[in-house]
Every structure is written in structure tokens, then in C-alpha cells.
Design a binder for this molecule. Structure first.
Ligand code: ATP
Length: 248
């Protein structure tokens, strides 16, 4: 499986074709370049003329303009209403500009505004001024790294919310040759098997009489806490890192 690294559980917006990215630092540029690679139309905006000149010189297949996004008139002149999604990628050094920009973009009627936050308070402010989605790249990458280092047996993971996930794990040694029914995972661990993967093929809603084999993997849904109770090498001390929440 290949789950996206963040934005788990959010509705996909496949209908979106026209993107604007405001703020072309490292994060904004990564978004821009990936959207271009995926074949979408993107406009890039940054108030720093040097950055704009540098990117224009690269001859990327997209318009890149030097505009101060805290100016609502300038934003209107860019044809803001024609964009499906605007990503406000202004970060740490310009918190005020990021909040003001998000406010204006939303006021101009853009349906889907994604804003990058560098702290919880920044994220709260962005939500208050209308951001539809707030991302915390540094925090999310840090959590993901901690998980991948401490839970090598989790092959992939879809975080449904702070407490619940869908994970893909190799069939543990003690499950080899046992049927799904025999394992009683629902009764013992309160988790359910959604699918079993063997040689790259997924058997969805597998029959309870199916025997699990070495080399296969299972896709499970459950709370993070219950998933960690399974014999998959996920230590109890990893629980906090795993769920990424503070209330346990
Ligand atoms: P990075 O994405 O490199 O990690 P960062 O999170 O530190 O960077 P900033 O450097 O704070 O983000 O901002 C990213 C970009 O946003 C910068 O290139 C900056 O010039 C641009 N920017 C800041 N304010 C505005 C504004 N009012 N209008 C347009 N662009 C802006």
C-alpha cells in the first residue's frame, strides 16, 4: 500500500485542477514542483523578488509572480476566484502575513484554503480566519520519523484521527498457519482484519477460514492502543509517539 504521508483521512479533492501557492520557501517550492510533476496547473506567488527571479530563470511551466499577498487588491487582480485550492505556505518568519493572507484569500471566495502552520497557536489563528485545512509539516514529519524508527514492523499506516488507524503489518510468526477465526483478534484485541496481502495481491474482507502465511501482511483497523497490543514489536512506551496525542 502507499498511503499519503499526511492529510490522512481527509477527503480527496481530485476535481481540483488549478492551484495557487503563496510563499515559495522550501515548503512552497516542494508543493509547486510536485503539483507540476503530477500535471496540475499552478501559479506561484512570493513577495521576494529575488526568489521569484530565481524560479523564473528555471523556466518552470507555470506563472510565478511577485506580489505581497497581504494586499487584497493585488490578490483580486491575480484572479483568485479562478483557483480551486490556494496553499498559503508562508511560515515561521512571517506569521502575521500568513494569517492576513489566509483571511483575504478566504474572503475572496476560494473554496479550499490550505495553510501551513509553524505552531499550535499559529494553526488556531489560521482556522479562526477561515483556513479549511491547516498542516504542520515539521510536527507531522517529526511524528512520522519517530514512528518509522520505533515501529519498523508497521509497513504502512493511515491515521484516521489522533486515536485510530489502519495499519499494514507483516503476519507475526505466532500467526503462521492459523486461521483468522482462530486468532480471535476482535475479541482479544478489539481490532479487525480488513484485508490480507500475499505476493502483492490484496484479499479484501478475507474469509475467516483463511490461513495466514509467512510472507503475507495483514491490514488492520483499530485504536492505536489496541494495535500496539498485538505481537508486532510495538512497545507500550511507543504509545505516545504512536498516537501523537497528549491526553493519555
Ligand atoms: P520554508 O518553507 O523554507 O521552511 P519558512 O517556513 O521559514 O520557509 P518563510 O520563510 O517564513 O517560511 O516564508 C516562506 C516564503 O513566504 C518566503 O519566500 C517569503 O518571501 C514568502 N512571503 C512572506 N510574506 C509574504 C507575503 N506577504 N506575500 C508573499 N509572500 C510572502
Amino acid at each position: 500500500m502507499n498511503f499519503p504521508s499526511f492529510g490522512f483521512g481527509r477527503k480527496r479533492r481530485v476535481e481540483d485542477r488549478h492551484f495557487m501557492v503563496i510563499g515559495l520557501g522550501r515548503f512552497g517550492q516542494a508543493v509547486v514542483r510536485t503539483l507540476i510533476d503530477l500535471g496540475f496547473e499552478v501559479m506561484g506567488v512570493d513577495c521576494d523578488e529575488k526568489i521569484v527571479e530565481h524560479l523564473v530563470a528555471e523556466q518552470l511551466p507555470m506563472p510565478i509572480v511577485s506580489v505581497d499577498s497581504t494586499d487584497p487588491l493585488a490578490l483580486r487582480q491575480l484572479g483568485m476566484q479562478d483557483f480551486d485550492t490556494v496553499i498559503v505556505a508562508i511560515g515561521d518568519d512571517f506569521l502575521e502575513q500568513s494569517v492576513i493572507t489566509t483571511l483575504h484569500v478566504k474572503d475572496l471566495g476560494v473554496r479550499h484554503v490550505v495553510a501551513k502552520a509553524s505552531s499550535d497557536i499559529h494553526g488556531t489563528l489560521l482556522k479562526k480566519v477561515g483556513a479549511d485545512q491547516v498542516v504542520y509539516p515539521e510536527k507531522e514529519m517529526g511524528m512520522e520519523l519517530a514512528r518509522s524508527l520505533t515501529q519498523p514492523n508497521i509497513l504502512d499506516r493511515l491515521e484516521l484521527d489522533a486515536d485510530n488507524s489502519i495499519v499494514e503489518v507483516p503476519v507475526p510468526n505466532e500467526y503462521f498457519g492459523k486461521t483468522i477465526l482462530e486468532l480471535e483478534l476482535r475479541r482479544q484485541y478489539n481490532v479487525s482484519i480488513l484485508a490480507v496481502e500475499t505476493n502483492g495481491k490484496y484479499d479484501v474482507n478475507p474469509n475467516p477460514s483463511m490461513q495466514l502465511q509467512k510472507g503475507s501482511s495483514i491490514i488492520l483497523i483499530g485504536t492505536n492502543r489496541d494495535i500496539c497490543r498485538l505481537p508486532i514489536g510495538c512497545a507500550v512506551s511507543d504509545l505516545h509517539a504512536f498516537s501523537g496525542n497528549q491526553h493519555r
